[in-house]
Design a protein around this ligand. Structure first.
Ligand code: FEO
Ligand code: CA
Ligand code: CA
Ligand code: CA
Length: 600
């Protein structure tokens, strides 16, 4: 009744105010809720891990045993016998903030020479990538704790062996000087969002892998679609990290005298879905090449009633596309071994959003619709390796940076965040699905597959909301906010939707990743978690995080009474919030003081 009194059946909490101060260093949640830091960069993962040193002087061997940096997508996997009290938390560590690891040193003030990096710093940065798997359980007082001594506690890093599976396993285009068979990669990079399978595995997704590699051969670069189309660096150094200065596998320049052209193919081995079984700490993670190579944000599964399914992915760069992978086989709970091969065969599709609200899934299948050798696609492996190029050829719809996807638990309606695109209206023409030029606030789009069938090749879509200020808003100088910065949110405003997930009741949880110090975010403020009712479209702000942080990653216990979210790259002291201890990316635990369902 309290929820009804507040105007909707789904949103039962009192919204929190936006926080617009650059000095805001807290996480706030509604009255009746609590939030506490649960797992920060540097916290112990392995039992023998040294205690994190606040001066960031831990070496790379310590980092291998501690939580990585930039916590992003995550999932709680319950133990079967204690669903809501005991499980494994799997957390992506997307990237690193180099200056925090090195006491203020910056690496890329210019791009005119080859920067030489110290090997121990590079190893520490590599060790801070990947993911953490930690056992968590409630103690005798009902308080969630990390279990320090656990056979499941594990780090996967940018150095961990990962098997290749699917059509590109052993392919010539995957062979390198250090892996002449093309069957095993070292590491996973830039794990942003994720997915979960009905057979109990975690899908970590490799997003901005292009920042880690360089190809200095300008002529080769222009001809090599799998480098150029993905934005691999082509100056003296890789775009961000210069690992190549001490670790040659990140130098993807083809040196003819080396076997398999040296490490020219190393970037081909990133951009995939990485499947991990958290309950088998001895199992090697696997990159599933049948699902295609993207700047892959997420891989979110929708299961049909007949066991057939789709995995939806955004490719988060300006003007990139929305994809789905439809496995050939069906999920069958009685065939656990067969399920482990489901992601190795199927069809990758890319979306076209027509102006009339209809849409098509265009198959990225070699030999069909012009994906042939005459047009630069020599085989299906080539299509998967350059999925972006194949999608260009099929005239898919270039989107405003597709981030997370969420599937409604009852209707299978699919939602995607389109975070923003400053180049809409200039590099990319305005269209019905991406309707605002210089789109700084982003939108959420939703679609229904024909017959609610995840494998359908047609759908109908609409815009769920346009983020940004309310129409008629005045800025600080009393002028009306520009029209392209106003949206149509019913309720609390926000900018740049990114994380997105449904709970079991059908509440849509929205997380934001905006520049909170920009003029266009003067009224939305620090990044936040909001909750929307998909029917009434009301949006209410549930949580605000510290200045400079993105809010990302969301998971619950199966009863939806405990929730974890991530505060990524805080720009201010957090979680210490003492004005001096360095910022740490942190997993935050949220609960309701009366033990109720979060948000209800
Ligand atoms: Fe890593 Fe697209 O966010
Ligand atoms: Ca993201
Ligand atoms: Ca983002
Ligand atoms: Ca991020």
């Amino acid at each position: 009744t309290e929820a009804l009194a507040m105007g909707t059946s789904l949103l039962g909490f009192k919204g929190v105010a936006a926080q617009t101060s650059a000095a805001f260093d807290q996480v706030i949640v509604p009255p009746g809720y609590s939030a506490r830091a649960f797992f920060s960069w540097g916290d112990a993962v392995l039992e023998e891990a040294p205690t994190w040193r606040p001066d960031a002087s831990d070496d790379w061997q310590a980092q291998m045993q501690q939580a990585g940096d930039n916590h992003d997508g995550m999932h709680f996997f319950p133990f079967a016998d204690a669903h809501n009290d005991h499980g494994l938390l799997v957390i992506n560590h997307e990237y690193i903030n180099p200056t925090l690891h090195t006491g203020g040193m910056t690496f890329f003030e210019d791009d005119t020479g080859r920067k030489q990096r110290p090997m121990d710093q590079v190893r520490k940065e590599q060790a801070a990538h990947g993911l953490s798997i930690i056992e968590v359980r409630r103690d005798q007082h009902g308080i969630w704790q990390r279990v320090s001594k656990s056979r499941y506690n594990r780090r996967v890093t940018a150095m961990s062996p990962i098997d290749l599976a699917g059509p590109l396993r052993g392919d010539n285009r995957m062979k390198t000087a250090s892996d002449p068979a093309g069957v095993q990669v070292l590491g996973t990079l830039n794990n942003c969002s994720m997915g979960v399978t009905p057979w109990g595995t975690y899908l970590a997704c490799e997003e901005n892998f292009h920042n880690y590699f360089v190809n200095r051969d300008g002529v080769d670069y222009q001809q090599r679609d799998e480098h150029r189309r993905y934005g691999i660096g082509n100056q003296q150094n890789s775009r961000y990290y210069a690992w190549e200065s001490v670790d040659p596998r990140f130098d993807a320049t083809p040196y003819a005298e080396q076997p398999h052209l040296g490490h020219c193919n190393e970037p081909n081995r990133f951009g995939w879905v990485v499947e991990i079984d958290p309950f088998d700490p001895t199992a090697t993670p696997v990159k599933r090449t049948a699902m295609g190579r993207l700047g892959r944000e997420c891989s979110v599964l929708s299961l049909g009633g007949d066991g057939r399914m789709a995995c939806y992915s955004g490719d988060d760069s300006r003007g990139e596309y929305v994809y789905k992978f439809v496995p050939e086989g069906r999920f069958d709970a009685a065939q656990p071994a067969a399920n482990r091969r489901l992601l190795d065969a199927g069809i990758l599709y890319v979306a076209r959003f027509n102006a009339d609200g209809s849409g098509q899934w265009l198959p990225l299948v070699w030999g069909e619709n012009g994906l042939t050798a005459e047009n630069g696609f020599v085989d299906q492996q080539g299509v998967l390796l350059n999925a972006r190029g194949a999608a260009d050829f099929l005239q898919a719809t270039p989107m405003d940076r597709p981030e997370w996807v969420a599937v409604h638990p009852q209707t299978r309606e699919v939602y995607v965040t389109l975070t923003n695109n400053s180049e809409r209206g200039s590099c990319f023409r305005v269209d019905a699905a991406n309707p605002r030029p210089d789109n700084l606030h982003g939108q959420i789009l939703r679609w229904n597959e024909s017959d609610a069938d995840p494998t359908a090749t047609t759908f109908t879509w609409e815009l769920f909301l346009l983020a940004g200020d309310q129409p008629g808003t005045l800025d600080d100088s009393g002028q009306p906010v520009a029209e392209h910065l106003t949206g149509n949110i019913k309720g609390d405003i926000f900018s740049s939707p990114d994380g997105l997930a449904f709970d079991a009741d059908g509440r849509l949880w929205i997380q934001t990743d905006s520049d909170d110090q920009a003029s266009h975010t003067a009224r939305t403020g620090c990044n936040q978690l909001l909750c929307a009712d998909p029917v009434s479209r009301e949006v209410r702000r549930f949580l605000v995080g510290p200045s400079g942080a993105e809010i990302t990653g969301i998971t619950w216990t199966p009863d939806y009474r405990s929730m974890w979210i991530n505060v990524q790259h805080p720009g201010i002291s957090y979680p210490a919030s003492d004005g001096q201890t360095r910022p740490r990316s942190t997993t935050v635990l949220i609960s309701r003081d009366d033990g109720g369902v979060i948000g209800a």
